[in-house]
Design a protein around this ligand. Sequence first.
Ligand code: OGA
Ligand code: MN
Length: 283
Amino acid sequence: MREDYSRIDVRPVTGALGAEIRDIDLAEALDNETFSEVYDAFLDHLVLFFRDQKLTPDQHKDFARRFGDLHVHPLTEGLPGHPEIVEVIKEPDEHHNWGDGWHTDLPFLDKPPMSSVLYAREVPAFSGDTHFANTYLAYDMLSDVMKERLDGLKCVFKWGVANYSRFEGMTAIEDAGEFVATHPIVRTHPVTERKALYLHRKNSNAIEGMSERESAAILEFLYDHAQNPDFACRFHWQANSIAMWDNRCTQHRVSADYYYAERGFEPSRRRLQRVTMEGDRPF
Ligand code: OGA
Ligand code: MN
C-alpha cells in the first residue's frame, strides 16, 4: 500500500476500501506524476471519491481516458454528441434506481468494463447513497476449502435475467437477447494479480455444469457472504461529487431509500453522468 503521496491527499474511508482524494482539480490535465499517484491510489483503495469538481463533458471524458479507452454502453444511449456519457436519472416520483442491487457492471459482455467515473449533477438532500464493496476481501475471507471448491468454476451471466423490486424481491423478467457471457466466479485482477469474487445477482444464470439447485446454493451463499458491511463503504453524494470504482475487484449498489411520501419529505431528482472505460476478458 503506497503512503508517500506528494501531489494528492489520500484519505481512506473505511478499513475495507475507498479513499477520498483531496487537493486535486480534475478539470485540469493531470501531469504524469499526479496521474501516477491517482492511479496507485485507485489500485490500493479500489474506489476513489472526489468532491466539488466542475467538469465539462469533455473534461470528464479526458480524465477517464487517462485510465483506458472509453466504453460505449451497449444498451443505453449517451448524451447528444457524447455517446460515451450515460446519464443515471431517478425522477422525483420514481422509487427505483439503476443499480439498486449489489452488482458489478456489465458482466454479460465478453469484456466487461474496467472502471466507471460517475459524476453527480443533481442530488437529493439525503437518500440515494452508493455502497461499494471489496471483492478481493470477500474472496480472502473464505475458507481454503471453499476457495478450492470455487477454483475453476464459471458462471453464465445474462442481461436482464431478473429484476429487483423493492417489495417483491427478485423476479424473472426479460430475455437475455444477445448479451450472454461466461466468466470465472473467482477472477484475477490483471494488474495486481490478486483474486476477487466476481458476482452479479441480477444477471447470473447458473454455474456452468451444475444443477440449478447446486448452483443456487453456492451463488446465494456467495452473494450473502460478499455483502457483509465490513467489506464495504458508503458514499453520500453532493452535487459535483465523483466516485470512480475498479469494476474488476468491487461490487456496488445504490440505496434506493426514496421513502419521501412515507416520511413526509419533498420528492427530489437524482441525476449523475457516467463515463466508463474498457476492460479485459476476465480470467
Ligand atoms: C452505475 C450504478 C449506481 C448509482 O452507474 O453503474 O450502478 O449510485 N450506479 O447511481
Ligand atoms: Mn452499476
